[in-house]
Design a binder for this molecule. Sequence first.
Ligand code: NDP
Ligand code: MG
Length: 380
Amino acid sequence: MSNTISILGSTGSIGRQTLEVAEQMGLRVAALTAHASVERMEEQARQFRPRLAVLTDEAAAKDLAVRLADTDTRVLGGFDALTEAATVPEADTVVTAVVGMVGLKPTLAAIKEKKRIALANKETLVCAGELVMDAADRYGAEIVPVDSEHSAIFQCVQGCVDRGEIKRLILTCSGGPFYGMTYDEVGKMTKADALKHPNWKMGPKITVDCATLMNKGLEVIEAMRLYRLPLEQVSVVIHRQSIVHSLVEYRDGAVLAQLGTPDMRLPIRYAMTYPNRGLNPAEPLDLLSCPPLTFAAPDREAFPCLAMAEEAATEGGTACAILNGANEEAVRLFLADRIGFHDIPRLVAEARTAVPVVQSPTLEDILEADRAARQVVLGN
Ligand code: NDP
Ligand code: MG
Protein backbone atom coordinates (compact mmCIF):
# COMPACT_ATOMS: atom_id res chain seq x y z
CA MET A 1 0.00 0.00 0.00
CA SER A 2 1.45 3.35 -1.05
CA ASN A 3 1.39 6.44 1.16
CA THR A 4 3.73 8.87 -0.54
CA ILE A 5 4.45 8.82 -4.27
CA SER A 6 6.76 10.43 -6.79
CA ILE A 7 5.65 10.57 -10.42
CA LEU A 8 8.05 10.59 -13.35
CA GLY A 9 6.03 12.09 -16.21
CA SER A 10 3.28 13.73 -14.13
CA THR A 11 2.00 16.01 -16.93
CA GLY A 12 1.21 13.14 -19.33
CA SER A 13 -1.84 10.95 -19.70
CA ILE A 14 -0.83 8.39 -17.04
CA GLY A 15 0.75 11.07 -14.82
CA ARG A 16 -2.41 13.19 -14.68
CA GLN A 17 -4.63 10.17 -14.01
CA THR A 18 -2.23 9.12 -11.24
CA LEU A 19 -2.61 12.53 -9.59
CA GLU A 20 -6.38 12.14 -9.81
CA VAL A 21 -6.10 8.79 -8.04
CA ALA A 22 -3.66 10.26 -5.49
CA GLU A 23 -6.13 13.03 -4.70
CA GLN A 24 -9.02 10.57 -4.30
CA MET A 25 -6.91 8.33 -2.05
CA GLY A 26 -5.33 11.16 -0.06
CA LEU A 27 -1.77 10.11 -0.99
CA ARG A 28 1.11 12.52 -0.41
CA VAL A 29 3.18 13.60 -3.42
CA ALA A 30 6.95 13.94 -2.91
CA ALA A 31 8.27 14.69 -6.41
CA LEU A 32 6.90 15.42 -9.88
CA THR A 33 8.73 15.48 -13.20
CA ALA A 34 8.00 16.39 -16.82
CA HIS A 35 9.94 17.44 -19.89
CA ALA A 36 8.90 21.01 -20.73
CA SER A 37 5.24 21.50 -19.70
CA VAL A 38 5.83 24.54 -17.48
CA GLU A 39 2.26 25.68 -16.97
CA ARG A 40 0.84 22.28 -16.17
CA MET A 41 3.73 21.58 -13.80
CA GLU A 42 3.20 24.86 -12.00
CA GLU A 43 -0.47 24.01 -11.54
CA GLN A 44 0.35 20.51 -10.27
CA ALA A 45 3.05 21.78 -7.90
CA ARG A 46 0.71 24.40 -6.42
CA GLN A 47 -2.00 21.81 -5.87
CA PHE A 48 0.09 18.87 -4.58
CA ARG A 49 3.01 20.74 -2.95
CA PRO A 50 5.79 18.26 -3.78
CA ARG A 51 9.22 18.71 -2.21
CA LEU A 52 10.78 18.56 -5.71
CA ALA A 53 9.61 19.48 -9.23
CA VAL A 54 11.80 18.61 -12.21
CA LEU A 55 11.67 19.69 -15.84
CA THR A 56 14.28 17.95 -17.97
CA ASP A 57 14.31 20.92 -20.35
CA GLU A 58 16.74 23.34 -18.64
CA ALA A 59 15.16 26.56 -19.98
CA ALA A 60 11.70 25.40 -18.92
CA ALA A 61 13.08 24.54 -15.47
CA LYS A 62 14.45 28.07 -15.04
CA ASP A 63 11.03 29.49 -15.92
CA LEU A 64 9.36 27.09 -13.44
CA ALA A 65 11.78 28.09 -10.67
CA VAL A 66 10.72 31.73 -11.07
CA ARG A 67 7.02 30.79 -11.09
CA LEU A 68 7.35 28.64 -7.95
CA ALA A 69 9.64 31.01 -6.04
CA ASP A 70 6.89 31.72 -3.48
CA THR A 71 6.41 28.00 -2.66
CA ASP A 72 8.43 25.39 -0.73
CA THR A 73 8.93 23.28 -3.88
CA ARG A 74 12.53 22.98 -5.02
CA VAL A 75 12.96 23.07 -8.83
CA LEU A 76 15.65 21.21 -10.76
CA GLY A 77 16.41 20.95 -14.49
CA GLY A 78 18.13 18.35 -16.67
CA PHE A 79 18.04 14.58 -17.09
CA ASP A 80 20.06 13.72 -13.98
CA ALA A 81 17.37 15.39 -11.91
CA LEU A 82 14.98 12.58 -12.92
CA THR A 83 17.10 10.26 -10.79
CA GLU A 84 16.95 12.71 -7.91
CA ALA A 85 13.15 12.74 -8.20
CA ALA A 86 13.08 8.93 -8.34
CA THR A 87 15.02 8.66 -5.08
CA VAL A 88 13.44 11.36 -2.88
CA PRO A 89 13.58 9.66 0.55
CA GLU A 90 10.00 10.21 1.74
CA ALA A 91 8.39 8.51 -1.29
CA ASP A 92 7.64 4.80 -0.86
CA THR A 93 6.40 4.46 -4.46
CA VAL A 94 7.65 5.78 -7.79
CA VAL A 95 5.19 5.87 -10.67
CA THR A 96 7.20 5.63 -13.89
CA ALA A 97 5.01 7.40 -16.44
CA VAL A 98 7.59 9.04 -18.68
CA VAL A 99 7.51 7.99 -22.29
CA GLY A 100 10.56 6.18 -23.64
CA MET A 101 13.82 4.64 -22.62
CA VAL A 102 14.73 7.84 -20.70
CA GLY A 103 12.95 6.14 -17.78
CA LEU A 104 15.57 3.41 -17.42
CA LYS A 105 18.23 5.03 -15.22
CA PRO A 106 15.82 6.66 -12.76
CA THR A 107 13.88 3.39 -12.47
CA LEU A 108 17.06 1.49 -11.61
CA ALA A 109 17.95 4.18 -9.06
CA ALA A 110 14.50 3.90 -7.43
CA ILE A 111 14.83 0.11 -7.28
CA LYS A 112 18.14 0.47 -5.43
CA GLU A 113 16.29 2.59 -2.85
CA LYS A 114 13.76 -0.29 -2.48
CA LYS A 115 10.84 1.85 -3.67
CA ARG A 116 7.73 0.20 -5.04
CA ILE A 117 7.77 0.77 -8.80
CA ALA A 118 4.33 1.36 -10.29
CA LEU A 119 5.51 0.72 -13.81
CA ALA A 120 3.78 2.30 -16.79
CA ASN A 121 6.96 3.11 -18.73
CA LYS A 122 7.13 -0.12 -20.75
CA GLU A 123 10.15 0.95 -22.85
CA THR A 124 12.32 0.48 -19.75
CA LEU A 125 11.43 -3.19 -19.41
CA VAL A 126 11.65 -3.75 -23.15
CA CYS A 127 15.23 -2.42 -23.33
CA ALA A 128 16.61 -3.70 -20.07
CA GLY A 129 14.04 -6.09 -18.62
CA GLU A 130 16.53 -8.59 -17.27
CA LEU A 131 18.67 -5.91 -15.58
CA VAL A 132 15.60 -4.27 -14.07
CA MET A 133 14.05 -7.52 -12.81
CA ASP A 134 17.38 -8.79 -11.45
CA ALA A 135 17.91 -5.48 -9.63
CA ALA A 136 14.38 -5.65 -8.21
CA ASP A 137 15.08 -9.17 -6.88
CA ARG A 138 18.46 -8.16 -5.47
CA TYR A 139 17.19 -5.06 -3.64
CA GLY A 140 13.78 -6.49 -2.75
CA ALA A 141 11.85 -3.77 -4.63
CA GLU A 142 8.30 -4.54 -5.76
CA ILE A 143 7.41 -3.94 -9.39
CA VAL A 144 3.67 -3.55 -9.87
CA PRO A 145 2.64 -3.09 -13.50
CA VAL A 146 0.30 -0.26 -14.49
CA ASP A 147 -0.07 -1.22 -18.16
CA SER A 148 -3.64 -2.59 -18.24
CA GLU A 149 -2.73 -5.98 -19.74
CA HIS A 150 0.12 -6.59 -17.31
CA SER A 151 -1.94 -5.39 -14.38
CA ALA A 152 -4.59 -7.92 -15.44
CA ILE A 153 -2.01 -10.70 -15.54
CA PHE A 154 -0.54 -9.55 -12.21
CA GLN A 155 -4.01 -9.83 -10.69
CA CYS A 156 -4.62 -13.26 -12.28
CA VAL A 157 -1.37 -14.69 -10.83
CA GLN A 158 -2.05 -13.55 -7.25
CA GLY A 159 -2.14 -16.76 -5.24
CA CYS A 160 -0.09 -18.70 -7.79
CA VAL A 161 2.80 -20.03 -5.70
CA ASP A 162 4.51 -22.11 -8.40
CA ARG A 163 4.98 -20.04 -11.57
CA GLY A 164 5.71 -23.35 -13.35
CA GLU A 165 1.94 -23.93 -13.27
CA ILE A 166 1.40 -21.10 -15.76
CA LYS A 167 1.00 -22.51 -19.25
CA ARG A 168 0.45 -19.31 -21.17
CA LEU A 169 -0.23 -15.61 -20.82
CA ILE A 170 -2.79 -14.26 -23.28
CA LEU A 171 -2.50 -10.52 -23.92
CA THR A 172 -5.57 -8.87 -25.37
CA CYS A 173 -5.15 -6.21 -28.04
CA SER A 174 -7.78 -3.74 -29.27
CA GLY A 175 -6.36 -3.96 -32.80
CA GLY A 176 -6.07 -0.17 -32.99
CA PRO A 177 -7.75 2.16 -35.49
CA PHE A 178 -6.67 0.19 -38.59
CA TYR A 179 -7.99 -3.21 -37.57
CA GLY A 180 -9.27 -5.25 -40.53
CA MET A 181 -7.30 -3.30 -43.17
CA THR A 182 -4.78 -4.86 -45.54
CA TYR A 183 -1.10 -3.84 -45.52
CA ASP A 184 -1.68 -1.57 -48.55
CA GLU A 185 -4.72 0.09 -47.03
CA VAL A 186 -2.83 0.71 -43.77
CA GLY A 187 -0.03 2.41 -45.74
CA LYS A 188 -2.41 5.16 -46.87
CA MET A 189 -3.32 6.16 -43.32
CA THR A 190 -2.24 9.57 -42.02
CA LYS A 191 -1.07 10.86 -38.67
CA ALA A 192 -4.58 12.09 -37.86
CA ASP A 193 -5.98 8.61 -38.61
CA ALA A 194 -3.31 6.95 -36.44
CA LEU A 195 -4.05 9.24 -33.51
CA LYS A 196 -7.71 8.09 -33.29
CA HIS A 197 -7.62 5.14 -30.89
CA PRO A 198 -10.99 3.37 -30.62
CA ASN A 199 -11.02 2.75 -26.83
CA TRP A 200 -8.26 4.63 -24.94
CA LYS A 201 -7.13 8.25 -24.75
CA MET A 202 -3.35 8.19 -24.36
CA GLY A 203 -0.18 10.12 -25.19
CA PRO A 204 0.74 10.40 -28.91
CA LYS A 205 3.68 7.93 -28.92
CA ILE A 206 1.76 4.98 -27.47
CA THR A 207 -1.25 5.85 -29.64
CA VAL A 208 0.88 5.48 -32.79
CA ASP A 209 2.38 2.29 -31.34
CA CYS A 210 -1.18 0.96 -30.96
CA ALA A 211 -1.88 1.71 -34.62
CA THR A 212 1.24 -0.17 -35.84
CA LEU A 213 0.72 -2.95 -33.21
CA MET A 214 4.27 -2.23 -32.04
CA ASN A 215 2.65 -1.48 -28.69
CA LYS A 216 1.47 -5.08 -28.46
CA GLY A 217 4.92 -6.27 -29.51
CA LEU A 218 6.48 -4.15 -26.74
CA GLU A 219 3.90 -5.58 -24.33
CA VAL A 220 4.78 -9.15 -25.29
CA ILE A 221 8.40 -8.37 -24.36
CA GLU A 222 7.25 -6.57 -21.19
CA ALA A 223 5.25 -9.67 -20.15
CA MET A 224 8.15 -12.01 -20.92
CA ARG A 225 10.44 -9.95 -18.69
CA LEU A 226 7.95 -9.41 -15.84
CA TYR A 227 7.06 -13.10 -15.61
CA ARG A 228 10.35 -14.52 -16.92
CA LEU A 229 8.62 -16.60 -19.60
CA PRO A 230 9.74 -17.48 -23.14
CA LEU A 231 7.89 -16.15 -26.21
CA GLU A 232 6.13 -19.51 -26.70
CA GLN A 233 4.23 -18.86 -23.47
CA VAL A 234 3.02 -15.34 -24.34
CA SER A 235 0.33 -14.99 -26.99
CA VAL A 236 -1.80 -12.16 -28.38
CA VAL A 237 -5.48 -12.14 -29.19
CA ILE A 238 -7.46 -9.29 -30.74
CA HIS A 239 -10.32 -8.17 -28.51
CA ARG A 240 -11.91 -5.03 -29.92
CA GLN A 241 -13.93 -4.10 -26.83
CA SER A 242 -10.97 -3.72 -24.38
CA ILE A 243 -13.04 -5.20 -21.54
CA VAL A 244 -11.11 -8.43 -20.97
CA HIS A 245 -7.74 -6.89 -20.11
CA SER A 246 -5.73 -10.14 -20.38
CA LEU A 247 -5.80 -13.79 -19.34
CA VAL A 248 -3.63 -16.48 -17.75
CA GLU A 249 -3.98 -20.12 -18.78
CA TYR A 250 -2.83 -22.63 -16.15
CA ARG A 251 -1.60 -26.14 -16.82
CA ASP A 252 -4.84 -27.69 -15.50
CA GLY A 253 -6.77 -25.86 -18.24
CA ALA A 254 -8.19 -23.12 -16.00
CA VAL A 255 -8.11 -19.74 -17.71
CA LEU A 256 -8.33 -16.70 -15.43
CA ALA A 257 -9.20 -13.31 -16.90
CA GLN A 258 -9.49 -9.81 -15.46
CA LEU A 259 -12.33 -7.69 -16.81
CA GLY A 260 -13.20 -4.07 -16.27
CA THR A 261 -14.20 -0.76 -17.81
CA PRO A 262 -11.35 0.52 -20.02
CA ASP A 263 -10.12 3.23 -17.64
CA MET A 264 -6.43 3.50 -16.69
CA ARG A 265 -7.32 4.81 -13.23
CA LEU A 266 -8.23 1.23 -12.28
CA PRO A 267 -4.78 -0.35 -12.85
CA ILE A 268 -3.11 2.83 -11.51
CA ARG A 269 -5.13 2.59 -8.33
CA TYR A 270 -4.44 -1.14 -7.96
CA ALA A 271 -0.70 -0.44 -8.22
CA MET A 272 -1.15 1.94 -5.25
CA THR A 273 -3.41 -0.25 -3.09
CA TYR A 274 -1.82 -3.67 -3.84
CA PRO A 275 -2.10 -6.13 -2.14
CA ASN A 276 -5.38 -4.56 -0.99
CA ARG A 277 -8.18 -3.21 -3.14
CA GLY A 278 -9.55 0.33 -2.98
CA LEU A 279 -12.81 1.74 -4.31
CA ASN A 280 -13.63 1.86 -8.02
CA PRO A 281 -12.85 5.37 -9.35
CA ALA A 282 -14.68 4.70 -12.65
CA GLU A 283 -17.99 3.48 -14.04
CA PRO A 284 -18.68 -0.09 -12.84
CA LEU A 285 -18.67 -2.76 -15.56
CA ASP A 286 -22.21 -3.70 -16.53
CA LEU A 287 -22.05 -7.04 -18.33
CA LEU A 288 -25.65 -6.77 -19.52
CA SER A 289 -25.08 -3.51 -21.34
CA CYS A 290 -21.57 -4.09 -22.66
CA PRO A 291 -21.16 -5.12 -26.32
CA PRO A 292 -20.59 -8.80 -27.21
CA LEU A 293 -17.02 -9.81 -26.35
CA THR A 294 -15.20 -11.01 -29.47
CA PHE A 295 -11.75 -12.53 -30.05
CA ALA A 296 -9.65 -12.92 -33.22
CA ALA A 297 -6.07 -13.63 -34.31
CA PRO A 298 -3.79 -10.64 -35.01
CA ASP A 299 -2.77 -10.00 -38.64
CA ARG A 300 1.04 -9.99 -38.63
CA GLU A 301 1.23 -9.28 -42.38
CA ALA A 302 -0.78 -6.08 -42.29
CA PHE A 303 0.99 -5.07 -39.06
CA PRO A 304 4.61 -6.30 -39.35
CA CYS A 305 5.77 -4.54 -36.14
CA LEU A 306 4.24 -7.25 -33.96
CA ALA A 307 6.30 -10.01 -35.58
CA MET A 308 9.40 -7.79 -35.52
CA ALA A 309 9.08 -7.37 -31.77
CA GLU A 310 8.53 -11.10 -31.31
CA GLU A 311 11.68 -11.81 -33.33
CA ALA A 312 13.70 -9.37 -31.22
CA ALA A 313 12.31 -10.98 -28.07
CA THR A 314 13.47 -14.39 -29.28
CA GLU A 315 16.90 -13.12 -30.22
CA GLY A 316 17.36 -11.50 -26.79
CA GLY A 317 20.46 -9.53 -25.75
CA THR A 318 20.33 -5.97 -27.06
CA ALA A 319 17.89 -6.85 -29.88
CA CYS A 320 14.91 -5.36 -28.02
CA ALA A 321 16.83 -2.16 -27.16
CA ILE A 322 17.66 -1.75 -30.87
CA LEU A 323 14.03 -2.36 -31.83
CA ASN A 324 12.78 0.09 -29.21
CA GLY A 325 15.31 2.87 -29.90
CA ALA A 326 14.61 2.70 -33.64
CA ASN A 327 10.86 2.69 -33.02
CA GLU A 328 11.03 5.71 -30.67
CA GLU A 329 12.87 7.74 -33.31
CA ALA A 330 10.70 6.53 -36.19
CA VAL A 331 7.51 7.42 -34.30
CA ARG A 332 8.98 10.84 -33.49
CA LEU A 333 9.60 11.38 -37.23
CA PHE A 334 6.09 10.16 -38.07
CA LEU A 335 4.56 12.55 -35.52
CA ALA A 336 6.62 15.38 -37.06
CA ASP A 337 5.10 14.54 -40.50
CA ARG A 338 8.53 13.60 -41.84
CA ILE A 339 7.84 9.96 -42.75
CA GLY A 340 4.86 7.81 -43.70
CA PHE A 341 3.20 5.07 -41.67
CA HIS A 342 4.98 2.15 -43.36
CA ASP A 343 8.33 3.90 -42.88
CA ILE A 344 8.09 3.03 -39.19
CA PRO A 345 8.53 -0.77 -39.66
CA ARG A 346 10.94 -0.13 -42.54
CA LEU A 347 13.27 1.99 -40.39
CA VAL A 348 13.03 -0.38 -37.43
CA ALA A 349 13.98 -3.28 -39.73
CA GLU A 350 16.94 -1.28 -41.07
CA ALA A 351 18.22 -0.58 -37.59
CA ARG A 352 17.79 -4.24 -36.61
CA THR A 353 19.90 -5.27 -39.62
CA ALA A 354 22.54 -2.56 -39.18
CA VAL A 355 23.19 -2.75 -35.44
CA PRO A 356 24.85 -5.93 -34.13
CA VAL A 357 23.22 -7.65 -31.16
CA VAL A 358 25.24 -8.11 -27.96
CA GLN A 359 24.20 -11.05 -25.76
CA SER A 360 24.15 -10.82 -21.92
CA PRO A 361 24.45 -7.02 -22.17
CA THR A 362 25.58 -4.58 -19.49
CA LEU A 363 23.74 -1.30 -18.97
CA GLU A 364 26.39 0.39 -21.15
CA ASP A 365 25.79 -2.16 -23.96
CA ILE A 366 22.06 -1.40 -23.80
CA LEU A 367 22.56 2.38 -23.88
CA GLU A 368 24.98 1.99 -26.81
CA ALA A 369 22.54 -0.25 -28.74
CA ASP A 370 19.81 2.34 -28.20
CA ARG A 371 22.07 5.16 -29.40
CA ALA A 372 23.23 3.22 -32.50
CA ALA A 373 19.67 2.29 -33.46
CA ARG A 374 18.53 5.91 -33.21
CA GLN A 375 21.45 6.98 -35.36
CA VAL A 376 20.50 4.51 -38.12
CA VAL A 377 16.95 5.93 -38.18
CA LEU A 378 18.07 9.57 -38.11
CA GLY A 379 20.71 8.96 -40.78
CA ASN A 380 18.01 7.85 -43.22
P1 NDP B 1 2.42 11.18 -22.49
O1 NDP B 1 3.08 11.55 -23.75
O2 NDP B 1 1.01 11.57 -22.29
O3 NDP B 1 3.25 11.77 -21.25
C1 NDP B 1 4.64 11.60 -21.16
C2 NDP B 1 5.18 12.26 -19.91
O4 NDP B 1 6.60 12.10 -19.93
C3 NDP B 1 4.93 13.75 -19.84
O5 NDP B 1 4.90 14.15 -18.49
C4 NDP B 1 6.16 14.32 -20.54
O6 NDP B 1 6.46 15.67 -20.14
C5 NDP B 1 7.23 13.37 -20.05
N1 NDP B 1 8.32 13.23 -21.01
C6 NDP B 1 8.21 13.06 -22.35
N2 NDP B 1 9.43 12.97 -22.91
C7 NDP B 1 10.32 13.09 -21.92
C8 NDP B 1 11.73 13.13 -21.86
N3 NDP B 1 12.48 12.99 -22.96
N4 NDP B 1 12.32 13.30 -20.67
C9 NDP B 1 11.59 13.43 -19.54
N5 NDP B 1 10.25 13.41 -19.53
C10 NDP B 1 9.63 13.25 -20.70
O7 NDP B 1 2.61 9.60 -22.33
P2 NDP B 1 1.61 8.53 -21.66
O8 NDP B 1 1.20 8.99 -20.31
O9 NDP B 1 0.60 8.13 -22.64
O10 NDP B 1 2.59 7.28 -21.50
C11 NDP B 1 3.61 7.21 -20.51
C12 NDP B 1 4.16 5.79 -20.46
O11 NDP B 1 3.12 4.92 -20.02
C13 NDP B 1 4.62 5.26 -21.82
O12 NDP B 1 5.71 4.42 -21.63
C14 NDP B 1 3.43 4.42 -22.29
O13 NDP B 1 3.81 3.37 -23.15
C15 NDP B 1 2.90 3.90 -20.97
N6 NDP B 1 1.47 3.56 -20.97
C16 NDP B 1 0.55 4.53 -21.21
C17 NDP B 1 -0.81 4.23 -21.21
C18 NDP B 1 -1.83 5.30 -21.38
O14 NDP B 1 -3.03 5.03 -21.24
N7 NDP B 1 -1.47 6.53 -21.69
C19 NDP B 1 -1.29 2.86 -21.03
C20 NDP B 1 -0.21 1.91 -20.76
C21 NDP B 1 1.10 2.27 -20.74
P3 NDP B 1 5.92 16.94 -21.03
O15 NDP B 1 4.47 17.05 -20.75
O16 NDP B 1 6.68 18.09 -20.48
O17 NDP B 1 6.25 16.63 -22.45
MG1 MG C 1 -1.36 -1.78 -22.59
